[in-house]
Ligand binder design. Structure first.
Ligand SMILES: Nc1ncnc2c1ncn2[C@@H]1O[C@H](COP(=O)(O)OP(=O)(O)OP(=O)(O)O)[C@@H](O)[C@H]1O
Length: 340
């Protein structure tokens, strides 16, 4: 067995999935056919609790060693930039939530726990290197003009809405809240908003694969530092990552694009189409906001029971269908078959 395979399998991973993700199910059955049962056992053990970020590196090696069975599957993994000509997609953003075991979730945490979270997270992000390196900006003391600009540019959270207010998540605002971002504002960490951490990767255009890859590296790096500090992310094999809002349990991942689809957005069946494609539409300024200029925030609807890769792929495929529908409606042509 190639030691490269073992090395890549042994690398620290990032991504946790609740339930049995469809993608890894397929991997299981394909890997079983590979002539290396010991590799299968190794992968199976790891996949039981965690789907590793480097699973793909491992699978790539396996595909080479174990024949061609895995190659079509790999090619499909995160296939395709959305809207390569840049006509419809303005930006892509993928975020996950993370909380630290033993420190209360936002509705129930103490002030001291919130401070400890900020200490741990700022310590972790201060160790980030290369393109991920950046600076932490506490909300307390931030000028109102800077805060407003960061919110308007879609980088920073607003003060929690009435739902977070009634859940008690806005207590002691803005103490111990803040945002870390790298120089390009393509990698960000929100501290002590709805979750202790929201880890975010975003950029202009539709290259979801690049956004996902940066996010995976960032989560890995932060998790390593959290572990080095003697802590761990709150996680449960059944529920995945634990979040303040149960709708985020599982992967805690929302992969979205801001996409200009005015005709689709106006169509009476828009919500139904999104439902069919397992997508969630939002307005341009996030949850509970309205669309402006026909631009919508379209993301994966599910968080639980599928792998992060499968969920990003659902978003990519679904948004591509909506873009086809936008073209068809503008030209008076038939809708794509997925929507008929
Ligand atoms: N693809 C995107 N490109 C640019 N900005 C985005 C994109 N998707 C979301 N945003 C921005 O991120 C900010 C946060 O959005 P929002 O609160 O809806 O989602 P979230 O961070 O996923 O959290 P939650 O689902 O808990 O509300 C908003 O300013 C929103 O416009």
């Amino acid at each position: 067995m190639s030691s490269a395979i073992l090395r890549s399998l042994a690398r620290e991973g990032r991504s946790v999935v609740a339930g049995l993700p469809r993608f890894t199910d397929k991997c299981h059955s394909l890997i079983k056919k590979a002539p290396h049962p010991d590799i299968y056992d190794e992968l199976k053990d790891r996949m039981k609790s965690r789907v590793h970020g480097d699973l793909y590196a491992g699978l790539q090696d396996l595909a080479i060693v174990g024949g061609t069975t895995l190659l079509p599957l790999l090619k499909k993994a995160l296939a395709g930039t959305i809207d390569p000509k840049g006509e419809y997609v303005l930006s892509t953003r993928i975020r996950v939530g993370r909380n630290i075991r033993g420190l209360g979730l936002s509705p129930g945490c103490t002030r001291a726990q919130r401070r400890e979270v900020e200490r741990l997270v700022t310590g972790a992000v201060s160790q980030l290197e290369g393109d991920l390196a950046g600076k932490y900006y506490p909300l307390d003391g931030m000028s109102e003009a800077d805060r407003k600009q960061l919110v308007a540019d879609h980088f920073l959270f607003k003060k929690g809405d009435r739902f977070l207010e009634s859940a008690g998540a806005n207590r002691d605002w803005p103490e111990s809240r803040g945002i870390f971002h790298n120089n390009e504002k393509t990698f960000l960490v929100w501290v002590n908003e709805e979750d202790q951490m929201r880890i975010i990767s975003m950029q202009k255009g539709g290259d979801a694969k690049q956004v996902f890859e940066r996010l995976a590296r960032g989560i890995d790096a932060i998790e390593k530092q959290v572990k080095a500090a003697g802590r761990e992310f709150a996680h449960n094999d059944h529920l995945g990552y634990i979040h303040s809002c149960p709708t985020n349990c599982g992967t805690g991942m929302r992969a979205s694009v801001h996409v200009k689809i005015p005709n689709v957005g106006k169509h009476p069946d828009f919500k139904q189409w999104c439902e069919k494609l397992r997508l969630q539409p939002r307005g341009i300024h996030g949850e509970h906001s309205e669309s402006t200029g026909g631009i919508y925030d379209i993301s994966n609807k599910e968080r639980l029971g599928k792998s992060e890769v499968a969920l990003v792929q659902t978003m990519i495929d679904g948004v591509n269908v909506l873009i086809e529908a936008e073209k068809a409606l503008a030209a008076g042509k038939a809708l794509p078959k997925e929507l008929q």
